[in-house]
Design a protein around this ligand. Sequence first.
Ligand code: 8YV
Length: 320
Amino acid sequence: MTNKPVVWITRALSNAILERAGQKYELITNPEDAPRSADEIIAMSAKVDAIVPCHSERFDADVAAKLDSRLKIVANYSVGVDHCDIPALKQRGVVVTNTPDVLSDATAEIALLLMLGAARRAVEGDRMMRTASWKFWSPSFMVGKQVSGQPLGIIGMGRVGQTMARFSRGLGMQIHYYNRNKLTPDLEHGATYHDTIESLLGVADFLSLHCPAKPETISLMNAERFALLPDGAILINTARGALVDETALMGALDSGRLSAAGLDCFVTEPGGNPALAKYDNVFMLPHIGSATDQTRDAMGYRALDNLDAFFAGKSPKDSL
Ligand code: 8YV
């Protein structure tokens, strides 16, 4: 018989995280790492005090309504919480937390990789080398778009957006941003604030998305907004696929409004959008923004910090 709270960790997290969690909690784990269904979440809520889910487990209003009252906290292993209906969970008395800060560097690294890879034609070059089809050189061979010194527009100047700005300043880029609120000068570091997305788009030769997916940001980049970008602009998305209307994206690539794109997120995940595969100027990765050992562990420890605070009777640092 144990008095430890019972915690369900829905996906296979690292041994270091499980070891730390096991010291304070009775764990139910998922070594086979299968995503868990709504029915499994509902059934498990009667057996556990806490769940540590990934964005692969959905807590929508329907699931929230059916949760057992034993479940007290959903301590997400993610910064994005679009898989959770937070008002519905709160209404059921469930505390919800996330893992901000710890994945900003890793995610901004992937944004930088996508920006450089899209601009400098990484997909075409890599394919050429793998298929032994590099037979020719000329001054106009594989000419891409220079990144250094160019304007970078950032939508969503939270932690990841600010880190992307910091990394990009290292390339001499001029940072412009749109955010719900203007940042204070010590956080802006000379970046230019735009109070509308439309105003930002007009100067965004490079555009990187770093805002959460919410009802008001779904298809934020639609045909009308792509049309406001400078000709030959490059879009980077490491935030959420739902921010981009993928049909409009392909229209902008076809018209040349966009010269390239770098995408780590898609409307449909896993899987992505097979129609994008024909575009050699789209550099794509399978949602790996936070996928480094260091960051994965840090996300787990942050989720555990939130659990520890909650079970010590305190308000978790990352309560939403
Ligand atoms: C994670 C993410 O891989 O944390 C987020 O919001 O998008 C990713 O970096 C995933 O969500 C982990 O659950």
